[in-house]
Design a protein around this ligand. Structure first.
Ligand code: S3P
Length: 184
């Protein structure tokens, strides 16, 4: 079983991925962590020394290596992973893709506290962060929406999450999520 957790920065991929992996007895992996280990630099250092484009190439390569080398896993992806190259199709072909769809104000509160490790937002002021999230999520939604399963993060429990991972995808749930975010 290969499960890819996708979603915006701060959506809870690592938190839920670890809990899920523990419960299902699967290895947990974090794509950024594997990239950092291979490169010997933090994500912020890779962005500043080599640039975002280099990071995106490494992200794609490392994603493909993990899929080729590891039979079963829960993989927490970076917020941008599904939005570059053909990564989203690649993940869907190789396993189940789960989008943690987290409310904008929750993302903002989390990211206000965890901005420094994230090169895309470290320079953004407190007052501009919400608008940045709205804009970026607007650009990325079309990729996130291709997930096999969408989960609203605020209502997750492990008991709900596990059957969702095992069932067939439901497009309706994904389309419905637009309702919640319509007025932001
Ligand atoms: C990014 C998200 C980060 C990391 C990098 C770029 C993005 O991962 O991959 O800073 O483009 O949204 P998290 O989603 O784990 O913060």
């Amino acid at each position: 079983m290969k499960i890819f957790l996708i979603g915006f920065m701060g959506s809870g991929k690592t938190h839920w991925g670890k809990l899920l992996a523990d419960k299902l007895g699967l290895p947990f992996m974090d794509l950024d962590t594997v990239i950092v280990e291979k490169e010997g630099k933090s994500v912020a250092e890779i962005f500043s020394a080599e640039g975002e484009e280099y990071f995106r190439f490494r992200e794609k390569d490392v994603l493909e290596e993990i899929v080729a080398d590891t039979g079963h896993f829960i993989l927490s992806c970076g917020g941008g992973t599904p939005c570059f190259f053909n990564n989203i199709e690649f993940m869907k072909r190789n396993g189940k893709v789960v989008w943690l769809n987290t409310a904008i104000d929750v993302l903002k509160e989390r990211l206000l506290k965890e901005r420094m490790t994230r090169p895309l937002i470290r320079e953004i002021g407190d007052g501009e962060l919400r608008l940045y999230i709205i804009r970026k999520l607007g650009e990325r939604r079309m990729y996130y929406e291709q997930a096999d399963v969408m989960i609203n993060e605020e209502s997750i429990t492990l008991e709900k999450l596990i059957p969702l991972l095992l069932k067939e995808p439901s497009r309706d749930e994904i389309v419905d999520s637009r309702e919640r975010d319509r007025d932001v």
